[in-house]
Design a protein around this ligand. Structure first.
Ligand SMILES: [Zn+2]
Length: 132
């Protein structure tokens, strides 16, 4: 199966996932009708394995192109997985994400790091909302 055939085989499930989500940007929270599906683990990093719900974020164009998303640094991956945990907890799955990325490097990121970042992001949002 080539990359094109792989995409065609997963497209329906990928679109169904996007439809099932709240129609707003998962990073900034703004409602938007034009949203992109972002793959946390890039297509180029896992050409025939990138399509699974734990790997997706729904983002508006501005956030999709922002530096927090565009660069695949370890710090950015922690943020993206924390956003996944906050916005789509039913599909959050760190072990699945890690083993798809690299079958042996399952300690690359820890649950503690993701949960700590999620708490920090939530606290920042809370402070903004209530002007503490
Ligand atoms: Zn956004």
């Amino acid at each position: 199966m080539n990359a094109r055939q792989y995409y065609n085989s997963i497209k329906k499930d990928r679109d169904a996932w996007a439809k099932s989500m709240r129609q707003g940007c998962m990073l900034c929270g703004k409602p938007n009708k034009r949203l992109d599906i972002h793959e946390i683990l890039r297509k180029s990093q896992a050409p025939k394995a990138w399509a699974f719900p734990a790997n997706y974020l729904l983002l508006d164009r501005g956030c999709h192109e922002s530096s927090e998303i565009a660069a695949t640094t370890r710090e950015n991956l922690i943020t993206q997985l924390a956003v996944k945990l906050i916005r789509d907890p039913e599909n959050y799955d760190l072990q699945k994400w890690l083993t798809t990325r690299h079958s042996k490097a399952t300690q690359y990121l820890s649950e503690t790091e993701i949960h700590s970042r999620a708490l920090l992001l939530t606290a920042q949002k809370f402070q903004t909302q209530f002007r503490l």
